[in-house]
Write a protein that binds this ligand. Structure first.
Ligand SMILES: N[C@@H](CCC(=O)N[C@@H](CS)C(=O)NCC(=O)O)C(=O)O
Length: 199
């Protein structure tokens, strides 16, 4: 069975999935969905994801959209415990970060980055404010920790990492957040790490 990732090279949401696919050592084909010409709003792509957003993962007959959902699917399908532990407390702690990735990471560093990248005209001060609040909390959480929840990266790390690592593209510096900056470097030093433009 072949795995296809429908994505775009500049999408941090897609990069979450690339990081896990690489960590799992899974071969896959990346299918470019050209967001700049509206390919994500064409009927063929909307049949995969009615919301018209990347990433979408196709694994045989299984179609999953949403980066967080894809991380859960891949982690549980291809490596039982390592990236998403099934112990209820441990799982809840990892899922909490998936929620933060979809909320604070999206409304903070992601939208600050898009302000500059796509000249969105969105509220930059609001996005940067949310980002600094997130980074302060993340910095405190990472005190004395190597990764977000376990002594190894889990899907919590892969979900939060891209938009925090790309924060500088939204003119947000990590200089005030040394634990976050060190965690970003630790992830970049992982043997399976793959990069993307801006990281
Ligand atoms: N919650 C979704 C958000 C996906 C998302 O916002 N994707 C962006 C690219 S990073 C996109 O496709 N935007 C096009 C659009 O929303 O029209 C996820 O985590 O996958």
């Amino acid at each position: 069975m072949s795995i296809k990732l429908y994505g775009h090279p500049l999408s941090g949401n897609c990069h979450k999935v690339r990081l896990l696919l690489s960590a799992l050592g899974l071969p896959y084909e990346e299918v470019l969905v050209d967001l700049l010409v509206g390919a994500h709003k064409q009927p063929e792509f909307l049949a995969l994801n009615p919301l018209g957003q990347v990433p979408v993962l196709v694994d045989g007959d299984t179609v999953i959209s949403d980066s967080q959902a894809i991380l859960v699917y891949l982690a549980r399908t291809y490596d039982g415990e390592k990236y998403l532990p099934s112990d209820p407390v441990k799982m809840a702690r990892v899922v909490r970060w998936l929620s933060i990735a979809a909320s604070e990471c999206h409304h903070g560093p992601h939208l600050a980055r898009l302000h500059f990248l796509l000249k969105l005209g969105n509220d930059l001060a609001l996005a940067q404010g949310i980002a600094h609040n997130l980074l302060g909390a993340l910095n405190r959480h990472l005190t004395g920790r190597t990764f977000l929840e376990e002594e190894r990266p889990t899907i919590a790390d892969f979900a939060v990492f891209p938009y925090v690592g790309l924060a500088h593209q939204g003119q947000i510096s990590l200089a005030e957040y040394p634990n976050v900056a060190a965690w970003v470097e630790r992830i970049k030093a992982s043997p399976s790490y793959v990069t993307m433009p801006g990281l």
